[in-house]
Design a protein around this ligand. Structure first.
Ligand code: CA
Length: 220
């Protein structure tokens, strides 16, 4: 992928650029907001890694200008850890994902891979993990031949998990994606809905708890 790195911490930017090159990507780095907008107008990047705290224009303003100008490159925001409002703002402005800083390079590469997969050339008809299949047009969910009777929230939660099999989602992340701000990030709610989904999906289990981290969906 062709990736633009927007990061004013020079050593972090170098580190990220090296990791992306090693993973087979082609990257370019800029270190302030106006340069990011200019670069994104010049080149159709597949992905922009966008820091929030930047000189010139902050990451949100950069994102707002890009979307305003019809630039649809995927955007992964690099936010400060724990700043939930930052993540929500980024997603509302049209970011595709966010990664709290500081992050492990492995995690960044995993997100980059996932964003590369999220827009396949022919749009996917269905999400599939093992014999669990969620048909995107009809929203029907089947485990093998059995049709699952899911509520819209259960289906939304399952969809988030199934879009990126193997990725670990924290309870807070799931809460933000499925409930947005309605419930003040009551992560207990996520546990309840995961429990219901598990019961409906039945055995062998596909939703797995990763201790102290969150949940992931993968084949048994
Ligand atoms: Ca910064």
């Amino acid at each position: 992928m062709r990736i633009l790195i927007v990061e004013d911490e020079a050593s972090l930017a170098r580190h990220v650029a090296t990791a992306l090159t090693e993973a087979g990507h082609d990257s370019e780095t800029v270190s302030d907001g106006p340069a990011a907008v200019a670069a994104a107008e010049r080149v159709a990047f597949d992905l922009i890694l966008l820091d929030v705290m930047l000189p010139g224009l902050d990451g949100f303003e950069v994102l707002r200008r890009l979307r305003e100008r019809g630039i649809s490159s995927r955007v992964l925001m690099l936010t400060a850890r724990g700043e939930i409002q930052d993540r929500v703002t980024g997603l509302q402005l049209g970011a595709d994902d966010y990664l709290p800083k500081p992050f492990a390079m492995q995690e960044l590469l995993a997100r980059v891979r996932a964003l590369g997969r999220r827009y396949p050339e022919a749009p996917a008809q269905a999400l599939q993990v093992g014999d669990l299949r969620l048909h995107l047009a009809s929203q029907e969910v089947r485990r093998g031949e059995r049709v699952l009777d899911l509520s819209s929230r259960e289906r939304a939660l399952l969809k988030v998990l199934m879009r990126e099999p193997g990725r670990i989602f924290t309870r807070t992340e799931l809460c933000e994606r499925v409930w947005e701000r309605e419930h003040e990030y009551d992560t207990k709610l996520v546990e309840v809905f995961i429990g219901r989904l598990r019961k409906k999906i039945a055995d062998p289990p596909l939703i797995h708890t990763v201790r102290h981290l969150g949940y992931t969906v993968r084949e048994p």
